[in-house]
Design a protein around this ligand. Structure first.
Ligand SMILES: CC(C)(COP(=O)(O)OP(=O)(O)OC[C@H]1O[C@@H](n2cnc3c(N)ncnc32)[C@H](O)[C@@H]1OP(=O)(O)O)[C@@H](O)C(=O)NCCC(=O)NCCS
Length: 209
């Protein structure tokens, strides 16, 4: 099978196609506090809990880009477009984690990409294998649906996420720069320049008379 997408790896010599995930849930939880969580598909009634958990975790100080792009419409939109790739981790009736993603299938290409868009575990339950369980289920479903490469992105200094993704087998990080543009600040700077030009011209005019 050949690819017409230059970004895609060579099918025979390139990246390994995942057939089985690296470790089972029980292996990952070995020797740690055991928590009896259920991983299940997200339901409409979970939307507020998922939104609020994300809001608690994505803060302007720690993850500014994720903070800016996380809102209730994001949850609703992912849920309505890709419900089967929206999973939650539930513990005694409480949502303690979620994973939201989608499958990108390109026209004229046999390749399908699994895009992990959002992954969150409540801070009190981190390092207990919850994200691993969510990701394993998510990836199993995507592989079943024909996904061969997974994609994820996060801020370069989000070390906990980077450690996690590496632990799950993600590699080949590519640099991607986020920039922000604030029209109001831009306008203020232009105004400052304009008024200092006017001042300067005024002074020169005074000197010449
Ligand atoms: C990233 C995140 C989802 C990981 O969730 P988690 O449930 O704690 O992850 P797991 O317990 O399944 O970790 C599995 C492995 O990943 C690695 N890992 C996860 N968190 C780590 C951390 N903070 N430091 C170092 N390694 C870490 C470890 O190898 C870990 O295995 P170990 O605990 O046996 O050493 C969680 O830290 C989180 O919600 N972060 C904030 C949200 C975020 O940044 N999401 C990603 C972008 S959308």
């Amino acid at each position: 099978m050949s690819s017409d997408d230059p970004a895609e790896p060579d099918k025979t010599n390139g990246e390994k196609v995942p057939t089985r995930l690296p470790a089972t849930d029980s292996e990952e939880n070995g020797g740690k506090r055991k928590i009896d969580i259920e991983i299940r598909e997200m339901e409409v009634d979970d939307i507020p809990a998922v939104f609020h958990l994300g809001e608690r975790v994505f803060t302007a100080e720690k993850t500014p880009t994720l903070y800016r792009t996380w809102d209730e419409f994001e949850v609703v939109s992912m849920f309505t477009s890709d419900q089967e790739y929206c999973l939650v981790a539930e513990l005694e009736g409480q949502i303690i984690g979620f994973i939201l993603g989608n499958v990108i299938a390109k026209r004229k290409s046999a390749w399908k990409y699994g895009y992990l868009v959002w992954l969150v575990v409540s801070p009190e339950y981190q390092r207990l294998g919850v994200a691993s369980k969510l990701f394993n289920r998510f990836a199993d479903k995507m592989i079943e649906d024909g996904v061969r490469i997974f994609i994820v992105d996060t801020e370069a200094d989000n070390l906990e996420a980077l450690h996690f993704f590496r632990a799950k087998g993600f590699n080949s990080p590519q640099q991607h720069i986020y920039m922000t543009y604030n029209p109001a600040t831009q306008e203020q700077q232009k105004e400052k320049k304009r008024s200092s030009r006017v001042k300067k011209n005024g002074n020169e005019h005074k000197r010449s008379v």
